[in-house]
Design a protein around this ligand. Structure first.
Ligand SMILES: Cc1cc2nc3c(=O)[nH]c(=O)nc-3n(C[C@H](O)[C@H](O)[C@H](O)COP(=O)(O)O)c2cc1C
Length: 193
């Protein structure tokens, strides 16, 4: 990995005014100059079906997988649905996780954050996400944790994050992910050389 670090961002919500997509967009603004964020949409992925996958995944899935594989790092913004991650996000992860041998999630530097209306700001959904990440062998950043409560008070109506405390945490998370990605990639290069 030389030059600019390419981070792929995925929000687990299809909602037009999704706070989690806004959070990702704010992360994009806070990237250091040597990193960039590309936000992928997951609403066009079909439901995972192993028969379809084994017969040849549809082109929309192949494109999604290729982008995840090519990413230097991943950043997820996870809403909380019924104490867990939304099905639409789990579906995207399921597609990205197969075939196991070429999974773009495996060994990938990854960070998670989330925004929800509830009092705990996605803490349970993020814990479930981390559970899934273990099996998929994503290499997670542990801190800082970002659980955005009352997002309606922290974003402007046009989607800009104006809450200074959250912006500072987000800044720290983005830099922690970039550092973690460089550490892992350089470490691997050292082991391989
Ligand atoms: C089906 C459903 C289940 C939800 N369950 C929870 C929940 O368990 N905990 C919580 O804090 N918020 C819950 N919410 C509220 C969402 O977290 C909130 O709508 C959030 O803004 C969704 O993320 P988004 O703005 O990115 O779409 C739920 C919302 C929906 C639609």
């Amino acid at each position: 990995m030389d030059g600019k670090l390419h981070i792929v961002g995925i929000a687990g919500s299809l909602r037009k005014a999704s706070f989690n997509r806004m959070l990702l967009q704010a992360a994009g603004e806070l990237m250091p100059p040597d990193a960039e964020l590309e936000i992928l949409e997951i609403g066009n992925l079909p439901y995972y079906n192993q028969d379809v996958d084994e017969a040849g995944a549809p082109s929309v899935v192949q494109e999604f997988r290729a982008k995840v594989q090519a990413a230097d790092a991943l950043l997820f913004a996870v809403p909380e649905y019924n104490y867990s991650l939304p099905g639409v996000l789990k579906n995207a992860i399921d597609w990205a996780s197969r075939p196991v041998a070429t999974s773009g999630l495996k060994g990938k530097p990854t960070a998670v954050m989330g925004a929800s209306g509830g009092a705990f700001g996605t803490v349970r959904a993020q814990l479930h996400f981390r559970h899934v990440a273990v099996f998929c062998d994503m290499h997670m950043v542990n801190k800082p944790e970002i659980m955005v409560r009352e997002p309606g008070k922290k974003f402007t109506p046009d989607g800009r994050l104006h809450d200074e405390e959250t912006r500072e945490l987000l800044h720290q998370l983005v830099f922690a992910l970039v550092d973690w990605a460089r550490i892992l990639h350089h470490g691997r290069a050292a082991v391989q050389s």
